[in-house]
Design a protein around this ligand. Structure first.
Ligand SMILES: [Zn+2]
Length: 129
């Protein structure tokens, strides 16, 4: 029995070493030192996690009272949650002013959480639609 335990203890690292050695490149899904955020500049349409994704009367009423929960739908098909880097931008992103509009957004994109911390937002002259 002790011999079996010893064999297991010796074989265990051997079974794992390929994944330890090969599984560490930057950008892999394994936790490790990789880019946690990237500067981003995206075009897209501002949508809402509440009233656009699930447009129930309750959700529309809540958005009217509290403002929208802003998302950016990019033409490439990606959707990101938007967070303002300052209160003024947070309020602007949640307002009807930008809801459903084509915008250009600059900020910091966090790949692991899919959030964009928005530092700049501007309406685009020509829409994507
Ligand atoms: Zn909404």
């Amino acid at each position: 029995m002790r011999k079996l335990a010893l064999i297991c203890a010796l074989l265990w690292p051997l079974l794992w070493w390929p994944s330890i050695v090969l599984g560490q490149p930057y950008g892999s899904s394994l936790p490790g030192p990789g880019p946690q955020s990237v500067d981003a500049a995206y075009d897209g349409v501002v949508s809402c996690f509440r009233c656009a994704v699930t447009p129930t009367p309750e959700n529309r009423a809540r958005c009217q009272q509290e403002g929208h929960q802003p998302l950016l739908r990019r033409s490439e098909g990606h959707t990101h949650t938007l967070i303002g880097s300052i209160n003024k931008l947070t309020a602007q992103l949640a307002s009807d002013e930008l809801h459903g509009k084509s915008v250009h957004i600059k900020g910091i994109y966090y790949p692991k959480t899919n959030h964009i911390l928005v530092s700049e937002v501007s309406l685009r002259e020509r829409g994507l639609r």
